[in-house]
Design a protein around this ligand. Structure first.
Ligand code: HEC
Ligand code: HEC
Ligand code: HEC
Ligand code: HEC
Length: 380
């Protein structure tokens, strides 16, 4: 009995220290399916003022453009900074201040980060031009276009997402490389927009009996990270390949994989590594993970965070209507703070108006630093 009790205590201690470690390790977790946030975006009626079609004029700013390259804290910072204007317009449109649960806040922020993942539009005409002018048509056929008796790409007609084509390009890349070298062709250049257009050209012009339609895959950064680590991408790329680079769309990342293919395959072979083949699911997950590199931002800076707090919050929180800092600091995790701050923002705004206080605006890493300061226990 005594042993069991001892063991239980041991296990609980280990569990607690592990969970504390996990919290310290990642301020905010990579999402499993960032697309889920779309539901919240619709439910909270964000869509009323923010179109997700960048060429459609709406009331609020184009979020696809304005949130590009932002990490999750920068996105939240913008959301917060612009809330007074938003509330004003919401009032006009009879939309009440949206209140979020913790999960909902996470989901909507994940979704906002994800907005630049599938941005290429592509079009059938460009797809036709790309196919007929590129060397792809020297070996392949699409419907009645391209090489007679060439290897047909018509079976890709059933796929509504270019990710399937991109996956196959990787999987068959090495064989194509041999064929290309045998004919002294260079390695074909491919951009994200080409993949999108080519895929649409196939959908419109291929002759295929199969009438199924397979729709988009959205990608899971969590699963992608596992693929990245399991396959051993880390043996050559020390970190996520896009570390410290600007955000790229899914199809641009897929084209980079194609561009880097020949060098990678050579390096993999000489390292005795099996060249991985992917299912479309694995491939889009991998690409989603590469895309999510910038998601957690850089590590927040406590001292700068204190400054942000002193400049923007303390006038209400240390000697004013809001709870004192001691009651806030070290008591919430990141997501709790983000949710509570947002849910309280309308009340805060009313107090700000009454007292003639200007609403804080967060630039750069301000929000990240502020939150880091607030989640950290005061040990001084
Ligand atoms: C009634 C219209 C309206 C609704 C509903 C609305 N917004 Fe806005 N939003 C705006 C306007 C207008 C601005 C620009 C405000 C300004 O210029 O300060 C804005 C700005 C933003 C920004 C900052 C963009 C930037 O360029 O910095 C984000 C992020 C944002 N909204 C997200 C959301 C989310 C998420 C929702 C749903 C919870 C939402 N909005 C609902 C009208 C709206
Ligand atoms: C020199 C000839 C050649 C060129 C040029 C070429 N391919 Fe291929 N391609 C092949 C061969 C051969 C295969 C079959 C390889 C295999 O079975 O692994 C193939 C396979 C494919 C597949 C998979 C087909 C399937 O059955 O699933 C796709 C998709 C593809 N190519 C697309 C392209 C695109 C897009 C281009 C232009 C950027 C291109 N190929 C250029 C020879 C070529
Ligand atoms: C054996 C070594 C090796 C492995 C393993 C490897 N790569 Fe690479 N990778 C390279 C080399 C070499 C390049 C070409 C770099 C260059 O062109 O400068 C490259 C290029 C890339 C590029 C293009 C980068 C750019 O900016 O254009 C991407 C994306 C990429 N790799 C992703 C991956 C992923 C994902 C995995 C795991 C599935 C992986 N790599 C595994 C060696 C490797
Ligand atoms: C104009 C005054 C004012 C400003 C400026 C202000 N707050 Fe508040 N804050 C309040 C008031 C009042 C409440 C209590 C609202 C309520 O209970 O509904 C509050 C509540 C909160 C809460 C919830 C506390 C809890 O545990 O429930 C947090 C967190 C918070 N504020 C953080 C901040 C941060 C961070 C800033 C600076 C960016 C800030 N506030 C700026 C007035 C303000």
């Amino acid at each position: 009995m005594k042993h069991i009790k001892y063991l239980t205590i041991m296990l609980i201690t280990i569990f607690l220290s592990l969970s504390a470690f996990c919290l310290a390790e990642e301020a905010i977790k990579l999402p499993d399916s960032p697309m889920n946030g779309l539901t919240i975006f619709l439910e909270k009626r964000c869509i009323k003022c923010h179109s997700l079609q960048s060429d459609e004029k709406t009331f609020g700013p184009d979020l696809i453009r304005s949130l590009k390259n932002d990490d999750i804290f920068q996105i939240y910072g913008k959301l917060w900074s612009h809330s007074p204007q938003m509330f004003k317009y919401m009032e006009k449109k009879d939309i009440s201040h949206p209140i979020f649960k913790r999960d909902e806040m996470k989901a909507v922020l994940d979704f906002l980060y994800f907005l630049n993942f599938f941005t290429e539009k592509g079009d059938v005409e460009s797809g036709r031009a790309f196919f007929t002018n590129s060397i792809c048509s020297k070996c392949h056929a699409i419907g009645r276009h391209g090489k007679r008796d060439g290897i047909s790409l018509d079976k890709y007609k059933i796929y509504m997402s270019p990710i399937y084509l991109a996956t196959s390009l990787w999987n068959h890349g090495l064989d194509m490389k041999f064929q290309l070298s045998a004919r002294k062709y260079g390695w074909p250049e491919l951009k994200g927009a080409d993949l999108s257009s080519l895929s649409q050209f196939i959908v419109d012009f291929a002759t295929e009996m199969d009438t199924r339609r397979v729709y988009s895959l959205s990608g899971s950064p969590v699963k992608g990270k596992m693929v990245f680590e399991d396959i051993g991408c880390l043996s050559c790329h020390k970190k996520n390949v896009y570390y410290d680079k600007r955000q790229k769309s899914a199809l641009d990342i897929a084209s980079d994989m194609w561009k880097g293919g020949p060098k990678m395959w050579t390096a993999m072979k000489s390292g005795g590594m099996k060249i991985p083949e992917f299912t479309a699911d694995e491939f889009v997950d991998l690409v989603a993970y590469l895309y999510f590199i910038n998601y957690p931002g850089r590590e927040g800076d406590e001292d700068s965070g204190k400054e942000v707090f002193d400049n923007n919050c303390s006038r209400c929180h240390d000697n004013g209507p809001g709870p004192v800092l001691k009651e806030i600091r070290g008591r919430h995790d990141y997501l709790d703070l983000m949710t509570t701050m947002w849910n309280h923002s309308e009340d805060m705004l009313n107090v700000a108006k009454e007292k003639g206080v200007t609403w804080p605006r967060f630039l750069g890493h301000d929000m990240n630093d502020l939150l880091k300061f607030l989640v950290t226990k005061d040990n001084r």
